[in-house]
Design a protein around this ligand. Sequence first.
Ligand SMILES: [Zn+2]
Length: 132
Amino acid sequence: MDVIDGADAPYWNGLVEGRLMLPRCGGCGDWLWPAVSRCGKCGSEAIEWTARAMAGTIFSWTRTWHRFGFTESLDLPFVSIVATVDDCGIRLLGRLDDPDRIDPVMGETITGRVGATRVENRDIPTIIWSRG
Ligand SMILES: [Zn+2]
């Protein structure tokens, strides 16, 4: 597997292990997303990666009917969502399990699991969200 580095490496490594890890400032307590190595509010470099439940609500969504680059492994149509993770306000992009093609509703409760998206020869960890 490729080496994962950068400020968001704990996020990706967490997904590989089946966990959602999100960064919080050890100085002021703010949740930080996108991941950074230094808090923009208080300047602290004490970033605390914290395991969070994969639970949240739908912030926005779109159903994709037409193929575009790097989605070759996905069956059409597929639903992409931006989910607001419970109790921290961080919003993450993921895919919604959409077997019945029922339109999602903004604010709908969802739970996630870690899946993968095949891109070229790599499996990219992906949060797959389900209703309820
Ligand atoms: Zn801070």
